[in-house]
Design a protein around this ligand. Structure first.
Ligand code: SF4
Length: 366
């Protein structure tokens, strides 16, 4: 059973994924913060300075599970454990796992035969699974269950002879993996403009699916344009844009309307982090920037800024946000107000290879 995810809903269906649950926070240490610039200066502005801190922000259940999967694999099998692609799209997380003994590779043919390899949270196509098997690799699948759900939808609709319009960014690992489930039945639609030009053979058997980390608003625009051309276009059985992506966008919309500046912590290849910058600008932030590390904040960004909005992508550990706030406090932004728009308590089972305990789990929800 798959839960339908409402636009700003709270998803609490642990029983959808019974068994072992991952912990809700990983044990990454406080990051070493590079010091490439001078300490931020506390320059007076008209009025009081403050921070609006978006919530939810940061780690989602799928990222949490994927990071713990690598940590547990290292504990169980010893270093090195190989990981195909970045386990999650965050450079800090990747560096920390490298220090623990993970080796990140682009493709499975770089992994020594017989080794353990973890598939990233973004998922893989069947071709990658087969390639790992042919090489005799011990594969551990850390694909987020919400990505797996979209894979299943793609397989099912292809089996029923539908053509699938996959709204998503060509070249993104998740899109490659989903499209790889039914390569002959999928057309990727990158944006609303492409919706005006794509061609299909049979518009009467058409369904749209999407990448999990898109802008909700832009996706709806793309779908509306598709439906204007193909009125029989079917919707997915449940939202493909995941609860975490949606919740973070709703929260930053609330923050952005009051913010002179929004800072999004997240890596450049993190789709949902980049979307948060775009959404902040669309919803009223006078300026918005994405950073990996707090030392990337520039003094000039703070010129005349009273209210700073802060959020972080779904692959970002909160230690980076806490460090950012400590730096901004030095510049007079010590007054912090949380703007919370949803509660999240979803957790996913670890991959079966890493379960232990009586029911295969180290922590059960029951
Ligand atoms: S952003 Fe959504 S789909 Fe991606 S790992 Fe997190 S919960 Fe899963």
């Amino acid at each position: 059973m798959v839960t339908h995810l409402g636009y700003c809903g709270r998803l609490t269906k642990e029983d959808t994924y019974p068994g072992v649950m991952s912990q809700t926070a990983v044990s990454l240490p406080i990051p070493r913060v590079p010091t490439r610039r001078e300490r931020l200066q506390d320059i007076p502005v008209d009025g009081d300075k403050r921070i609006l801190l978006a919530a939810p922000r940061g780690y989602c259940a799928g990222v949490d599970r994927a990071v713990i999967t690598v940590e547990k694999a290292l504990q169980r099998y010893g270093a090195p454990v190989y990981v195909r692609k970045q386990i999650v799209h965050n450079i800090h997380v990747v560096r920390e796992l490298e220090q623990q003994g993970a080796i990140f590779v682009e493709e499975v043919d770089e992994v020594p035969e017989g080794s353990h390899v973890v598939f990233s949270a973004h998922g893989v196509s069947p071709m990658v699974v087969d390639a790992a098997s042919d090489r005799g690799l011990q594969a551990i699948d850390a694909t987020c269950p919400l990505v797996t759900k979209v894979h299943r939808e793609a397989k099912r609709f292809a089996r029923d002879d539908f053509h699938i319009l996959l709204v998503g960014h060509e070249g993104h690992e998740e899109v490659e993996g989903t499209a790889g489930e039914a390569p002959d039945n999928v057309t990727i639609v990158n944006n609303p403009t492409e919706a005006d030009t794509i061609e299909v053979d049979d518009p009467s058997k058409l369904v749209w699916l999407s990448q999990t980390t898109l802008s909700v608003d832009e996706t709806m625009e793309t779908v509306n344009r598709l439906r204007a051309r193909f009125p029989e276009l079917q919707d997915p059985p449940s939202d493909d844009i995941c609860y975490a992506t949606q919740n973070r966008q709703v929260a930053i919309k609330k923050v952005a309307e009051h913010a002179d500046l929004v800072i999004v912590v997240g890596s450049a290849n993190s789709s949902n982090s980049v979307r948060l910058v775009e959404v902040a600008l669309q919803y009223g932030a006078k300026a918005a920037y994405r950073i990996d590390y707090p030392d990337e904040v520039r003094q000039e960004w703070l010129d005349g800024v009273r209210t700073i909005g802060i959020t972080s992508g779904a692959s970002v550990p909160d230690v980076l946000v806490q460090e950012l706030m400590r730096e901004l406090a030095q510049a007079g932004y010590g007054d912090v107000e949380e703007v919370r728009t949803a509660e999240e308590d979803l957790i996913f089972s670890l991959p079966k290879e890493l379960r232990d305990g009586p029911r295969g789990g180290r922590r059960s929800q029951e």
